[in-house]
Design a protein around this ligand. Sequence first.
Ligand SMILES: Nc1ncnc2c1ncn2[C@@H]1O[C@H](COP(=O)(O)OP(=O)(O)OP(=O)(O)O)[C@@H](O)[C@H]1O
Length: 575
Amino acid sequence: MDFSRLNSLKFDLGSANATLPSLPSTLLDALIPGYGIFSQVVFRLLGFDIGLLVSGCLVVIGLAKGGQYLYHRVYAIFASYFMSSVQIEDEDQLFRQVVEWIAEQNMTRVSRDLMAVTKWVSAYEDSDEEQNAKDEDVLDESGIFNYEKWASNIPPRYEPNFGSDRFWHAGRMFAFSRTKKEKPKSIWNSSDTQFLVIQCVGRSTEPIKELLNHIKRWTLTKEHKMTSVYRPAPKEERRDCAWDRQSCRPSRPMSTVSLDQEQKAKIVMDINEYLHPASARWYAARGIPYRRGYLFHGPPGTGKTSLSFALAGIFGLDIYCISLMEIGLTESDLNKLFTTLPRRCIVLLEDIDSAGLRRTDDDTSDASSDATPSEDGVKVESLPKLPGAAPPVIKSLISLSGLLNTIDGAASHEGRVLIMTTNHPDKLDPALIRPGRVDLQVIFTLATRAQSRDIFMRMYSTTSSSPQTQIPATKPPRPTTPNPQQPALSSTREDDEFLALLAREPELDVVERVELGGMAEEFAQALPEGRFSPAEIQGFLLTRKKEPRRALGEVGAWRDGVLGDRGRGRGKRGV
Ligand SMILES: Nc1ncnc2c1ncn2[C@@H]1O[C@H](COP(=O)(O)OP(=O)(O)OP(=O)(O)O)[C@@H](O)[C@H]1O
């Protein structure tokens, strides 16, 4: 390395600042060790005073910062006098709706600062992104569906990032900011919260209110025919928000619940009348609590939960599910859950018999003594009381009186539809199902012939559902050429035999509707009434979901097998 040129520069540290006496030089010399030498080298080599460049930069930065500060000050003063704003906390469902709406606006499409959200989808949930994922290219080399491959096709959702932005709506400009708010950390709460602020020019919040109404309507059309399902939030989060939205799934059409038409019509009419806004005034004028309760009872798998979801879909209500067996659910939790329900909703109290309500001294008093006749004359079917019924096993933290107080105590919410489901109505305390708490009981039975026929038709009918809901014909798995890099399914003779077995997958057996009607009738005749639950029949058909002819051919053997097993006291049998 040739240092002679450096030597020839003849450093004069003492005079460095004398030749470059600018203020930045002096300052930087003090702040950055060696700056003086560096500036001299540059000056001697290039004949250029680096101090001037630094001064220029500092002036530009100073002006930019000053301008920014001034802009923020002026904007803040302008905003406080001439702008209106609305804040939305992330605990409010409006938060999610606004973020989703903004995510679909042009602003998010052109913005250079976005937040990508790979949504974790719970087992219950259907996400838009998931539904938009392509169905093609989801099979691995062996022709077998590969979840990882499919999941990688799900695009992330892009949302506005933290910070501020602007967007136009209906010819008006809105400012929007998303901010993180730190919460004091505690054992109950470890995460920060967020909030949105929407602003518009003008001294009235009316344009923002209109915008929010527009977003709510937009959400409604987007989620049209969707049912949101809520469950109690985890205990540690329950302080802030008692309910967690677990899913938003397509509403179940009423036609998919196979039940006596009259029975279905009766309950739909009853809820319809109850939910009408005029009914609230009618109840109030007569001093009757505006509540309606239903008891769905019958063997497991007969459609109690399915009907509740179908009702939620018809009336556009969200459904709030509670199991009294939930670990750690206390009476005060239950009270809070009930008091934080929205104005109109369906509350589904599942399997109340298995809840094994805790008994207290209060419960031994005749809790049914306050029974009132059914308020609107709906006939209530009487349930057989079990005179010597064994006291329930102590399981739940909730006592019967606690539950009764929650359901219709002074603080209890009005306007909700309460549906309780049970497999053992005879085990229920009469106080729980007295008129006023349960106004209508719906009995679910094991499948009748008509139900068996219905379920068969629904399973194989192609006209009732859209092409997207048809099961696609899958290519049979094929043996692969062994690839040392990738673990292939076919590597040995056994594997090839296994793949050959998989390749026997049936082709979709499409049957004309008229012929299908005849087959459904034949299928129903093969099953004795009241012996199989709709869930069992559905389970049998599901394993032959592309092959109605095979299902019809095999139903006799399946029936005899299941009944034989039951006779021998054996449990479930494979299909
Ligand atoms: N009446 C019915 N019509 C159509 N499908 C039914 C019917 N009954 C049951 N099923 C089907 O069986 C399955 C279980 O039904 P569901 O959960 O509604 O039964 P359930 O009576 O609530 O059972 P459990 O008492 O065990 O909670 C569902 O997949 C549903 O589609």
